[in-house]
Write a protein that binds this ligand. Structure first.
Ligand code: DGL
Length: 267
């Protein structure tokens, strides 16, 4: 099969979390341009109903398609959990969520077949990771725990130290008691706290985030130009100023432009 050439990748997240995915893709796919949408005005998605999340993701997808992207990444676990099937049915563009690649990676990594998952309340309630894991490994055991406080901690920059460690310990304790050997960081904010999570989880536990499995999936499915430079455009649905500051924590690098858009006007 001839693989299509991807020149521009669209990524969306409810906010800044998906920048952890953008960072990984930018460093792994040097010649590709990126168009990132952070739906900051409607964040968080993790506390919303499935209907609302689906409506938001349809608008986000329409916006990025208008920007001329060749492929779309739903770099938000919550949005992936609820809307990937609907979006695939509605749009012709190749679409990838983060749940399936993350579940596959975790199954490859586990030795004792005990996998832990942390994510927003909505992601954990959707049971998506458990279902995907059991599809490929029906004797795996999956233990999940919502970890909602990690999102505001990351946004406030409290990613290390006493408070961060206490909160991470609270969320990981029930999973560690089940002797998991692999932990899915099922929210795009969590990799920013990876150091603290790794410290509490211990060396024995393999951490799986959303970014690496998505990069591997894209490399398997497409070919990419060999340009030396790429362009990154960022669009946000609320003030760009706040996002610009936050992006330093997530992205570690420059982008070419940041612009506010009125997502309500997208039809
Ligand atoms: N980025 C979202 C995720 O990966 C978490 C933030 C939110 O609740 O919107 O699930």
């Amino acid at each position: 099969m001839v693989k299509s050439v991807i020149k521009k990748i669209g990524i969306f997240d409810s906010g800044a979390g998906g920048l952890t995915v953008l960072k990984k893709l930018r460093s792994g796919l040097k010649g590709v341009d990126f168009c990132y949408l952070g739906d900051t005005a409607r964040l968080p998605y993790g506390t919303k109903s499935s209907e609302t999340i689906i409506n938001y993701t349809i608008q986000n997808t329409k916006f990025l398609i208008k920007k001329g992207v060749d492929v779309l990444i739903i770099a938000c676990n919550t949005a992936s959990a609820y809307s990937i099937e609907v979006l695939k049915e509605k749009f012709e563009i190749p679409l990838f969520g983060v749940i399936k690649p993350g579940a596959n990676k975790a199954v490859k990594k586990t030795r004792n077949k005990k996998i832990g998952v942390i994510g927003t309340r909505a992601t954990i309630l959707s049971n998506s990771y458990t279902e995907e894991i059991l599809k490929i490994c029906n004797d795996c055991e999956v233990f999940s725990n919502p970890a909602p406080l990690l999102v505001p901690l990351v946004e406030e920059g409290l990613i290390e130290g006493e408070i961060a460690e206490k909160v991470v310990t609270m969320y990981l304790k029930p999973l560690l008691e089940k002797a998991i050997d692999t932990l899915i960081l099922g929210c795009t904010h969590y990799p920013v706290m990876k150091k603290t999570i790794a410290k509490i989880a211990g060396e024995r536990i393999c951490l799986v985030d959303s970014a690496t499995p998505i990069l591997e999936t894209l490399k398997r499915n497409f070919v990419f130009p060999e340009k030396k430079e790429n362009r990154t455009e960022i669009y946000v649905t609320d003030y760009p100023e706040n996002f610009g500051k936050l992006s330093e924590r997530f992205l570690e690098g420059n982008f070419d432009k940041i612009e506010h858009i009125d997502i309500g006007k997208i039809r």
